[in-house]
Design a protein around this ligand. Structure first.
Ligand code: SF4
Length: 215
């Protein structure tokens, strides 16, 4: 079994309230809302994904047999990043859908190494205890059972899917992030700005790593 990892790398978080913060990103393979294969995209529940989460062939990807092995590897990247002398170690588990694989054992191994643990999830699976930062990005047509966390990031717009239905969820931050969609991206950005101006509970999140051209 083990943990199937697409890639691990050290970078700055580009989105949301932790934007600009150094982090080790650990991307799990697989998602429950799309197979990741282009031929399945139009029939998938989530059809606007911009991430390759198929296979274990990314940079530093592989099958990690135990939570200790994976924690050790993530630790190496934090230290390689040179940040071992300042700040709190920070790991972002993403995917795909990280909660298909992330379990209490891995959270606990990361905590033993002194890490703050963040996830980016689609909200269809309840996370294990002990996660410090939960970012939920809801997708139309999925059953969202996670209703509490740190930030709710709505990729905007999604047809017939209104962000305001999430305003009573228990989150500290509510973000609108323009959907990246080729020539429609500019229009989506303008629409997102308008939405935030009209609904001040929501803040604009932009993908700063793409602007900065970092991973
Ligand atoms: S839920 Fe997230 S990882 Fe899964 S297909 Fe959609 S955007 Fe991609």
């Amino acid at each position: 079994m083990g943990y199937k990892i697409k890639e691990i790398y050290y970078t700055l978080q580009g989105e949301g309230a932790q934007s600009g913060r150094a982090a080790v990103f650990c991307r799990f393979t697989g998602c429950n809302l799309w197979s990741g294969r282009e031929q399945d995209r139009s029939a998938a529940i989530c059809s606007f994904c911009d991430t390759d989460f198929v296979g274990m062939d990314g940079v530093n990807g592989g099958n990690f047999k135990s939570s200790e092995d994976l924690a050790l590897k993530i630790n190496e990247f934090w230290h390689l990043g040179g940040s071992n002398t300042s700040g709190v170690p920070f790991v972002v588990f993403t995917g795909g859908e990280p909660l298909l694989q992330l379990d209490g054992a891995l959270v606990s191994s990361m905590k033993k190494s002194g890490f703050q643990v963040a996830i980016e999830t689609n909200g269809t699976i309840i996370p294990p205890e002990g996660i410090d930062w939960i970012c939920l990005s809801p997708k139309k047509g999925s059953e969202i059972i996670l209703k509490k966390g740190s930030e709710l990031k709505f990729v905007y717009p999604q047809q017939n899917f209104d962000p305001s239905q999430f305003e009573n969820f228990d989150f500290e931050h509510f973000y609108i992030q323009p959907m990246e969609d080729g020539i429609n991206t500019l229009h989506n950005t303008e629409a997102a700005i308008e939405f935030c101006l009209a609904n001040p509970k929501w803040k604009l999140s932009i993908q700063t790593h793409k602007i900065l051209k970092i991973k």
